[in-house]
Design a protein around this ligand. Sequence first.
Ligand SMILES: *Cc1c(COP(=O)(O)O)cnc(C)c1O
Length: 363
Amino acid sequence: MQIPFVDLKAQYLSIKSEIDVAIQYILENANFIGGEQVQSFETAFASYIGTKHCIACANGTDSIEILLQAMGIKAGDEVLVPAISWISTSESVSNIGAVPIFVDVDDFFVINVDLIENKITEKTKAIIPVHLYGHPADMPKIMKIAQKYDLKVLEDCAQAHGAEINGRKIGTWGDCASFSFYPGKNLGAYGDAGAMLTNNEKIAEKARRIANHGQLQKHDHQIEGRNSRLDTIQAAILNTKLKYIEKWTEDRIKNAVMYSDFLNETDILCPKIKTDYKHVFHLYVIRSNRRDGLQSYLHEKGIQTAIHYPIALPFLPCYKKYGFIKTDFPIASLFQNEILSLPMYAELKQEQIQYIADSIIKF
Ligand SMILES: *Cc1c(COP(=O)(O)O)cnc(C)c1O
């Protein structure tokens, strides 16, 4: 059996006729930037997550960077980020001249709230919790700390469309939230796409200006901005796919439950979920102290896996200048050697999950 890590084609085929019609419509109207499709996606996505504003933009990385600027984060400010994430989280901080301050993670792979206060200085202005792999960061606790120290909170929701804490969606807890619709994300476009969500009028207006050359109306350049827009074709694709996100999420959760049941009797550490948290399983990440051997074995069996991420952020070559050592981030440095992401998507079949689990048990 050959099992790819993700199977975007299977998802496309399941909604092919609808997608083809949506794309054809844009081609025939020859309106490729902005327009009704972009507006209706913004309205629909804001309503799905439960915020007042949604500003579509070119990709998830831009959405973080623009929101930091829209919140008034400036060069020299310090922004707390988790030690494990995709580089976008910390890179966006550096790209506006601010300094990413790494905080080690906890057992749920998210920022360890007990370590946050130790990292706060006079220069700290914001926290970017990342809902990594689809498991929410501890937003109630993070918001309490933010209030105490007057910090802004930007939720990085790139891996957690539809995740919840106590029935309230992530993306509604902080001052604002960034989303990515990179093709492999839980809600994915057929190219790059992103969005910025907030209930805050001022942040929304500033973000909208920055993403479109400083203008709200054409030629009204109150500030300088940049070009970070969502293409109309991508908006049409996202509008079509948004209708299925709940079903796809339920299927991901079912698949995760199956994995965990099948692997129950092994010494593999399966992902844990906090009580009253909804994990949306962008990734199903196990831990094994024989990770590399396990990965090669699964590869021989035709099973593609991945590592998210093989080097934790503080230890990347680009952050060598900070001189971190393993003991600065003991959990992240342990996890980077143990984590393995198994195939995870809505279209995975029970036989495939069974085969993957059996192969792990044989190993
Ligand atoms: C994918 C991702 C991003 C950035 O998204 P792009 O659309 O690829 O720019 C940011 N943060 C995290 C945690 C991600 O996984």
